[in-house]
Design a protein around this ligand. Structure first.
Ligand code: GDP
Length: 537
């Protein structure tokens, strides 16, 4: 029998872990904020040395060629660093609306989220959906309103915007005094003092922040001017009458977001935010499985795969499966069971992604995110646990694709590569593939959540599998899984003339519709038919 370490040996390690996702609209300042966090943690030397986008984004978070070409972050990355005794795992998320599906999955691996908002823009329409998923999942959200060194929207309007757009209450921990050229600093509500802002040297953590107590009116008026003080007092009066009370339970339940103001670029308010955040966010949370809740402190290792990334290193054509450790301690030497694959094995080349490189790790704990070399066996949602266990973590929902295309292969001689390529890309969760219900693999239909994924598919098949394809767009916009497939005779199902019957790779029947009216008609015509928008793996 294997001997496990006693529980107490690593509860301390687990308790100092904080695992969160960072989300924002493109350009709100997520990369800059992340780099400042790393700078405080000593993980990189000079965050500000990362000047333009070209180096900033590609150094840390971007791997794929296509990302370089387009200058957007297509895939998520994971970073680990230490700060103030905490071991922090940051899950970076793609900054493009088309990649929200990847973000959804990344959120499944996080215990909380930091939401970065541009103070001159507020909640932007294109990423509203993404933020809403956090709210829907009830994960605690911490808001950093960035770019106060530029002219910002009215503070009350910004808070209002979050409350209205996302349906979550806000509680400002600090309050900005002016913005842009008039930005004087922030008022710390808890300590009742003003932290005045002096233009810190960009990219360094030293800056002179002076603290003046609010009650010390004379000094304060001298430091930031009468107008600023009067306005602050007025706004504080208003806020005390209108704003939500701080309530940690409400934050942890995802009903209230603490808000901090600052400027990531000029490094103002970043460390204060980080400190507040680390104090309020949780230690690794338990996860649901088919045998009940699994607590992180349980002494046996378990994890689930939430992301698969191909081609992190093109020369080696490698594929990395990212997993979140949910319980216990991971040791590179140990054997684990891949439940869905039905195999007991050693994980190959387990690694942690650091600020700017990867390191092979020998151990990791619940809350940590690790990447392992994947020879093509893992799928999103898979569980790993100790050899004698066999439970499965709750699956990661597959989101309904909204765009469909038929794939035509240009060179039919390369059928094998084509099928392999498209299946692997589907396994990674970048696309979903379907077949005609009656015919089989000959015709492949691809569904994606964002249209950019079509380009990614074409590009990757060409570059990685040497297969050229042509995509022919299909008019469908809605997909429905048949929940009670065992009770329904799919062949005899009578839908509208523009409805299409397909099946997914597991053979589950699905229906494609051009509009929601057809869905209604089909339900009317087939009493007892139950359709769903999500498929659970
Ligand atoms: P991301 O797309 O959310 O990762 O945003 P980036 O961190 O790449 O920032 C987008 C742009 O905004 C970059 O040019 C940054 O230098 C700039 N930026 C980020 N934070 C601030 C800030 O606090 N103030 C100002 N003025 N610019 C900022």
């Amino acid at each position: 029998m294997e001997v496990y370490k006693q529980m107490n040996d690593y509860t301390e390690e687990i308790n100092r872990r904080r695992t969160f996702a960072i989300i924002s609209h493109p350009d709100a300042g997520k990369t800059t904020l992340t780099e400042k966090f790393l700078l405080y943690g000593g993980a990189i030397n000079l965050a500000g040395s990362v000047k333009g986008k070209a180096t900033a984004r590609h150094a840390v978070s971007d791997w794929m060629e296509i990302e370089k070409e387009r200058g957007i972050s297509v895939t998520s990355s994971v970073l680990q660093f230490e700060y103030g005794g905490y071991c922090i795992n940051i899950l970076d998320t793609p900054g493009h609306q088309d990649f929200s599906e990847d973000t959804y999955r990344t959120l499944m691996a996080a215990d909380s989220a930091v939401m970065v908002i541009d103070a001159s823009k507020g909640v932007e329409a294109q990423t509203r959906k993404l933020f809403k998923v956090c709210v829907m999942r009830k994960i605690p959200i911490f808001t950093f309103i960035n770019k106060l060194d530029r002219d910002a929207n009215d503070t009350f309007d910004l808070l209002d915007d979050i409350e209205k757009e996302l349906g979550i209450a806000t509680c400002p921990l600090n309050w900005p005094i002016g913005s842009g050229k008039e930005f004087k600093g922030v008022y710390d509500r808890e300590n009742k003092c003003v932290i005045s802002y002096s233009d810190t040297e960009k990219g360094t953590k030293e800056g002179t922040a002076t603290e003046i107590m609010l009650e010390n009116q004379a000094d304060l008026r001298q430091a930031i001017g009468d107008n600023a003080v009067d306005r602050l007092l007025e706004e504080m009066d208003l806020l005390d009458g209108a704003g939500a009370e701080f309530d940690l339970d409400a934050v942890r339940a995802g009903n209230l977001t603490p808000v901090c103001f600052g400027s990531a670029l000029t490094n103002f308010g970043v460390e204060i935010f980080l400190k507040h955040f680390l104090k309020m966010t949780t230690t690794p949370l338990p996860r649901r499985s088919d045998i009940g809740l699994i607590e992180p402190g349980e002494n046996q290792f378990s994890a689930f795969v939430f992301k698969i990334q191909a081609n992190m290193n093109r020369a080696h054509r490698d594929r990395i499966a990212f997993m979140r450790i949910c319980s216990g301690r991971f040791d590179a030497q140990m054997e684990v069971r891949h439940v869905q694959g039905g195999r007991v094995m050693r994980l190959s080349q387990p690694q942690q992604i650091m600020a700017d490189d990867r390191k092979i790790l020998s151990e990791a704990y619940a809350g940590d995110i690790i990447g392992v070399f994947d020879p093509g066996i893992f799928s999103i949602g898979d569980t790993l646990c100790m050899p004698k266990e066999k439970f499965q973590y709750e699956g990661i929902p597959t989101f309904a694709p909204e765009h469909f295309a038929r794939v035509r292969q240009m060179d039919t001689m390369k059928r094998k590569q084509f099928v392999k390529g498209i299946e692997q890309i589907a396994q990674e969760g970048a696309i979903q593939i379907f077949q005609e219900f009656n015919t089989g693999l000959e015709e492949i239909i691809v569904g994606v959540v964002g249209v950019l994924q079509f380009d990614v598919l074409k590009y990757r098949l060409e570059n990685e599998y040497n297969v050229e394809i042509r995509l022919e767009n299909l008019p469908y916009e809605h997909i429905r899984w048949i929940e009670n497939k065992d009770e329904v005779d799919i062949g005899r199902l009578s839908g509208t003339s523009d409805m299409k019957k397909v099946k997914d790779m597991k053979g589950n029947p699905l229906l494609l519709f051009v509009n929601s009216w057809s869905i209604g008609m089909t339900l009317d015509r087939n009493k007892g038919l139950v359709l769903t928008e999500f498929s659970r793996n």
